[in-house]
Design a protein around this ligand. Structure first.
Ligand code: AOF
Ligand code: ZN
Length: 365
């Protein structure tokens, strides 16, 4: 029963995906005498917390009931008053929590309030699932750096396009739909100028959900080469267009971009290119908690080399294209020796229609 109710709370939490960043996905379920009498989730950033939503939905008196919540109830006065106190005031008898809140403002204090008020507390039910659901929040709350997912789609011989540049479509519909889910989930999508010049992508979310999110778009363009009519510069309400460049970009071009409403961010140079750790730190300050990195190969290599990638999601299609000059997911200068290569841990392999989706975590340090 325990697990079933927590699973329900996790499923509710996931419904907020794409709308709560940089805050966590949280779900709550209230159970009395084995019956679910209330449920709620955090719907959007700045809105009521999951616990409050669950109380508001209650179909009967919650006194003496059990609350299942995917994250430790908060103890701080933030955008809303502390949930731990609301739980006490409502007369809840027992609280089951999937994981402690790593937010330094909370971190155990919420649980303490509950215990001090005679509420029975249990922590760790479906904790692994809860951590997985909030990977972005867990990284961002402790480091203030965005969680970066490197996404790539390639053939079985490791190509992301033919030698002539044709790439539509290598992966199947299921894989492409998954990419749109990833885009929906993150705060921003990032691409390098090479990809913009080659493919003119729009980097928007096309997902069949009632309210798709509009991730911000970040283009890394050291010399300011982007054409003013690039698709990615089209105005989409709610989506910031950020062009990360250096002092190498002509002033006139910067002014023209600014006139279009593009945020031109001049970043220091590192090895003659945009200083990526500097850029990522700035994006973190801008409350961008997550980035989907969509290439090309040069930018992918640089971001990987800087240790800024947290997860790799690679779609592999049963297709062979060959071509010595056909592009591959990670290019740049590459590492001279195998021992310097980036090892990946925790590899998962999932079927994706007839393709494969491989996910793994780059080893740091
Ligand atoms: C949420 N939703 O359902 C729960 C949260 O910015 P505030 O004031 O809304 O507070 C955000 C913090 O509250 C968040 O970092 C997390 O520690 C805690 N719990 N947050 O956005 C929720 N339960
Ligand atoms: Zn709260």
């Amino acid at each position: 029963m325990h697990m079933e109710h927590m699973r329900m709370a996790l499923e509710l939490a996931a419904k907020g995906a794409g709308h709560t960043n940089p805050n966590p996905l949280v779900g709550a379920v209230i159970v009395k005498d084995g019956r679910v009498i209330g449920r709620g989730y955090h719907k959007r950033y700045g809105g009521p917390h999951a616990e409050v939503e669950a109380f508001a939905s209650a179909t009967e008196d919650v006194e003496g009931a059990t609350m299942y919540v995917t994250l430790e109830p908060c103890s701080h006065y933030g955008k809303t008053p502390p949930c731990a106190q609301a739980i006490v005031a409502q007369g809840i008898a027992r609280v089951v929590v999937a994981m402690e809140d790593p937010n330094p403002l909370v971190a155990g204090k919420g649980l303490q309030i509950l215990k001090d008020n005679g509420i029975q507390v249990e922590v760790g039910v479906l904790e692994e699932e809860a951590r997985k659901l909030n990977r972005i929040f867990l990284k961002y709350i402790s480091s203030k750096m965005p969680y970066c997912i490197l996404k790539t789609a390639m053939t079985l011989d490791g190509k992301i396009a033919t030698a002539t540049g044709d790439s539509k479509w290598i992966t199947n519909e299921a894989s492409r739909a998954h990419v749109h889910e990833l885009r929906h989930r993150v705060s921003a999508i990032m691409a390098g100028i090479g990809t913009v010049l080659a493919d003119d992508p729009s980097l928007t979310t096309r997902l069949d959900v009632p309210e798709p999110s509009h991730p911000h778009r970040i283009i890394v363009d050291t010399c300011g080469r982007i054409p003013l009519d690039a698709q990615v510069l089209q105005d989409t309400p709610g989506s910031r267009r950020i062009l990360a460049t250096t002092a190498k970009a002509p002033i006139k071009k910067r002014e023209q971009l600014a006139a279009l409403g593009v945020e031109v961010v001049v970043v220091p140079e590192k090895d003659g290119q945009v200083d990526l750790p500097h850029l990522f730190a700035w994006l973190g300050e801008e409350k961008i908690d997550s980035i989907l990195l969509e290439g090309g190969g040069n930018l992918n290599f640089s971001v990987l080399k800087e240790g800024l990638v947290d997860r790799v999601v690679a779609f592999v299609a049963p297709l062979l294209l060959g071509g010595r000059d056909a592009k591959t997911p990670v290019e740049g200068a590459g590492f001279p020796h195998v021992r310097e290569g980036i090892r990946l841990d925790d590899m998962e392999v999932h079927p994706s229609g007839g393709d494969l989706r491989i996910e793994a975590v780059p080893r740091k340090g």
